[in-house]
Design a protein around this ligand. Structure first.
Ligand SMILES: C[C@@](CO)(OP(=O)(O)O)[C@H](O)COP(=O)(O)OP(=O)(O)OC[C@H]1O[C@@H](n2ccc(N)nc2=O)[C@H](O)[C@@H]1O
Ligand SMILES: Nc1ncnc2c1ncn2[C@@H]1O[C@H](COP(=O)(O)OP(=O)(O)O)[C@@H](O)[C@H]1O
Length: 306
């Protein structure tokens, strides 16, 4: 058994995020097509006297370095399952934008589950890890799985989606984050204003067959045309400046644009790696975002590094 384990875990973008009604438990029913992209956090797990956390990276100050960190909660939960006191130090090297709609906290929780399982030799069944992950948050199970997957229920019931080849993305990172509950709340408010109701009369959301076919065949142009996010109007309502970011990407030749999950990160699809690199340069220079990062996918979920 090694004394230090490092786990690499990717960010996600939802290439489809269909939001149904608000359920009695406060969550929304979803058809969420998660897509793992090559922007990573690394979580290093080391034996220690007690559970401690440290965070590095440009957004580290916005991440709690105590037991409220989602990675620490994951270590506590796995330990409780196997009767182990979680005496570990968790160091999180963050490359995923914080509160950006790219599930960075969820990714760290998935990585901590995998890292502590490896360090403690608990050998948890994947189904047990998935169950603990779902307890931690709706997006955490996907951090374990990676690739592309349809999330139903509140996003935690996953089925893998077949894909053909790689897709090339650019992510425009905003200054400051958006709160996920606030964006869902704004989505409900906008639906009520429209004369509908946030918790009744909404069909159960379903995956878009055109989008699934574009993923299966590796057709970037078709995927770009099929991208959709029901939270986008809410994110734009709370952060109107994102409209300029989306426009800048479209003007610079992106073949698809959308807000990533609850935002405020904006995602742009490019036709190939060279176009993505050029798009990232143009977007960074546009002044409509803090920075723009190219990343390809799909990539695997939480993985122990050698
Ligand atoms: C919107 C999405 C899209 O993938 O992620 P982000 O873009 O923020 O990363 C997810 O639905 C976020 O999932 P996650 O961040 O794990 O949320 P959770 O911790 O489970 O829930 C936080 C809060 O978000 C709202 N929530 C979350 C999931 C869901 N299906 N319906 C909801 O209404 C609820 O207000 C809940 O209390
Ligand atoms: N390991 C973590 N990494 C990032 N944020 C964390 C973490 N643990 C707890 N948080 C809290 O979760 C909030 C949501 O962060 P994050 O998961 O990055 O965004 P999003 O929900 O938009 O994908 C942050 O504001 C932060 O305070």
């Amino acid at each position: 058994m090694s004394s230090t384990i490092t786990v690499r875990v990717p960010a996600k973008v939802n290439v489809q995020l269909a939001v149904g009604g608000r359920r009695a438990d406060g969550f929304h029913g979803l058809a969420s097509v998660f897509f793992a992209v090559g922007l990573y956090d690394e979580v290093t797990v080391t034996p220690a006297d007690r559970l401690t956390v440290s965070v590095a990276g440009p957004d580290a100050a916005a991440v709690p370095a105590d037991r409220s960190n989602l990675a620490a909660r994951a270590a506590v939960l796995l330990g409780a399952r196997y009767g182990i006191t979680p005496q570990v130090h968790l160091h999180i090297d963050k490359g995923i934008p914080v509160a950006g709609g790219m599930a960075g906290g969820s990714a760290d929780a998935a990585a901590a589950l995998v890292g502590c399982d490896a360090l403690w030799g608990t050998g948890a069944d994947p189904a047990v890890l998935a169950e603990l992950a779902a307890e931690l948050g709706s997006d955490v199970p996907f951090g374990l799985l990676g690739g592309v997957a349809l999330g139903e229920g509140r996003g935690e019931v996953l089925s893998p989606v077949p894909t053909g080849g790689s897709f090339h993305w650019v992510f425009a990172v905003a200054d400051g984050g958006l709160s996920t509950p606030a964006v869902y709340g704004e989505c409900d408010r906008l639906r009520d204003l429209d004369g509908g109701s946030a918790d009744t009369d909404l069909p159960v959301p379903a995956a878009d067959p055109v989008l699934l076919e574009a993923l299966r065949t590796g057709d970037a142009t078709a995927l770009g045309a099929a991208l959709s996010n029901d939270l986008q109007p809410a994110a734009l309502s709370l952060r109107p400046a994102l409209a300029a970011t989306l426009r800048a990407g479209a003007d610079a030749g992106a073949i698809g644009t959308l807000v990533s999950g609850s935002g405020p990160t904006c995602a742009f699809l490019a036709k190939d790696a060279a176009s993505a690199a050029a798009l990232a340069t143009t977007l960074t220079a546009s002044g409509t975002c803090r920075t723009a990062l190219p990343a390809a996918g799909p990539v695997p979920g939480a993985t122990v590094l050698d």
